[in-house]
Design a protein around this ligand. Structure first.
Ligand SMILES: Nc1nc2c(c(=O)[nH]1)N[C@H]1C(S)=C(S)[C@@H](COP(=O)(O)O)O[C@H]1N2
Ligand SMILES: [Mo]
Length: 441
């Protein structure tokens, strides 16, 4: 703290250019980061990005400390532009949406979960007018640098409602537990996105016959502060990138993409783990190999190729990349824990989705799975959108009930009621969602 007071004009510099100010204070340009400096930097960077503005008096925070309002907590907290989300981690910033707040057909941006692997760019680094994306890679015929403005002018626009679920959604239920953000059910959303098809851009630059993968890089920073390292750089097989619903988007629900969700432009490959949907997109790579960027290899976003016993350690070469997410559903109304009057039917509803597939059936149970009742299920508004379901339950006698929902996809695959196959990093938990209901006369 003393050091700061000595530097004249630092206050103003922090307002104008926090990166330069940080460099002066913490010597980040040399990459000689002390633990103290690292903690301070990462916390503040994350927080100011979350708030969408700089934090007054940020420089007086003790190293490694964050204000009480943002401390790791299960309680509701106020994150700029968010309402009622649960904070899972502040470094990097991760927050999920309680099930009953996912009730909207179209997820508002205030209720979309947040998942960061690194430090998001500052608001001052986001200039939509001059933002450009480079397209290159072994299998790219004409390497180009194209501005977002040109992208908007040159290619057809598409608006679609597309679901995005983190591969680790549901991780908190696995036993033995898996490390990582302890998502319960809230790392899913289905906003309406506007952008262009990745395919149109790939056709424009031309792709060689040996192309197999399309990958992204974004403008966020690695948690270590090492500017040569990306926090994450993933991708999808060429066929997935060429799908109608695989987009490069700049708007969400008719508004410019919020900073925390990847402003000014991100990739969106729906139905796959959301880690393939790169935020702050500034580079697209057309690869002739399975992309080898950060978090493609090892245990990240991979599951054992063959089933293993819970708690096993699995060698990297026996792990397979997650592709389409499995069939799943959520009960968004009513909120778990209600008391219901016996002689009126209980109206319940929610959403269901199935990665690249369509949900064909939705069942509810109030007797712990002994019997299942078919619910009303809508068609998706477009491919890769989630679907809505609703049902009315008449309870036979007073008492404590759990209402379960179980979806089935067009391959006849169902959600498990207990847990799916255990895996070391706790991905792909699509077990049935349940709510508690007390019925009284
Ligand atoms: N550049 C960048 N893109 C990223 C990430 C990231 O950390 N950096 N996280 C990925 C992961 S793991 C998820 S689940 C989604 C989360 O998107 P959201 O924060 O908009 O909900 O973004 C993906 N894209
Ligand atoms: Mo994720």
């Amino acid at each position: 703290m003393k050091k700061m007071k000595k530097i004249k004009g630092l206050h103003e510099l922090y307002e104008k250019d926090p990166i330069v100010a940080d460099k002066i204070v913490w010597g980040r340009e040399s990459n000689a980061i002390t633990r103290r400096g690292f903690l301070k930097n990462s916390g503040l960077l994350t927080m100011s990005a979350a708030l969408g503005s700089s934090i007054p008096f940020s420089k007086y925070f003790p190293a490694g400390m964050i204000p009480a309002a943002y401390a790791q907590t299960e309680e509701l907290f106020d994150l700029y532009g968010k309402n009622g989300l649960t904070l899972l981690n502040d470094r990097p910033l991760n927050a999920e949406t309680p099930a009953h707040l996912l009730d909207d057909f179209v997820t508002p941006s205030s209720r979309l979960f947040v998942r960061n692997n690194g430090i998001p760019p500052f608001e001052s680094e986001i200039d939509p007018e001059n933002w450009s994306i480079s397209i290159s890679g072994e299998s790219c015929i004409n390497e180009i640098n194209i501005t977002l403005k040109d992208i908007k002018e040159k290619f057809e626009h598409h608006t679609m409602q597309l679901q995005m679920e983190c591969g680790g959604n549901g991780r908190s239920e696995f036993s033995p537990p898996a490390r990582g953000n302890q998502w319960s059910t809230g790392a899913i959303g289905c906003p309406e996105w506007t952008g262009i098809r990745i395919r149109d851009l790939l056709d424009y630059v031309g792709i060689k016959d040996d192309a197999v993968y399309v990958a992204y890089e974004g403008k966020d920073r690695h948690l270590s502060g090492d500017i040569n390292k990306k926090p994450i750089s993933r991708g999808v097989p060429l066929w997935k990138a060429m799908q109608d619903e695989s987009l490069i988007v700049w708007a969400m629900n008719g508004e410019p993409l919020p900073l925390i969700h990847g402003a000014p432009v991100r990739m969106l490959c729906p139905g796959w783990p959301a880690s393939v949907s790169g935020k702050w997109l500034n580079r697209i790579l057309i690869r002739n190999i399975v992309h080898d960027g950060e978090k493609m290899a090892g245990q990240s976003y991979r599951v054992p190729c063959k089933p293993v016993a819970p708690g096993s350690s699995v060698a990297d070469e026996d792990m397979c990349i997650i592709e389409s997410m499995p069939v799943k559903s959520i009960i968004t109304f009513p909120q778990s824990g209600l008391t219901h009057k016996k002689n009126t039917p209980l109206k319940i509803r929610g959403h269901a989705w199935a990665g690249d597939n369509e949900v064909k059936k939705l069942f509810c149970s109030y007797d712990f799975g002994a019997s299942w009742m078919a619910a009303k299920l809508s068609k998706p508004i477009n491919t890769h959108s989630w679907q809505h379901w609703s049902h009315e339950i008449n309870f036979p006698v007073d008492g404590y009930y759990e209402v379960w929902a179980r979806a089935e996809d067009d391959n006849g695959k169902s959600q498990p009621v207990v847990l799916p196959q255990w895996n070391p990093r706790g991905y792909l938990n699509n077990a049935c969602h349940r709510i508690a209901v007390s019925v009284k006369s």
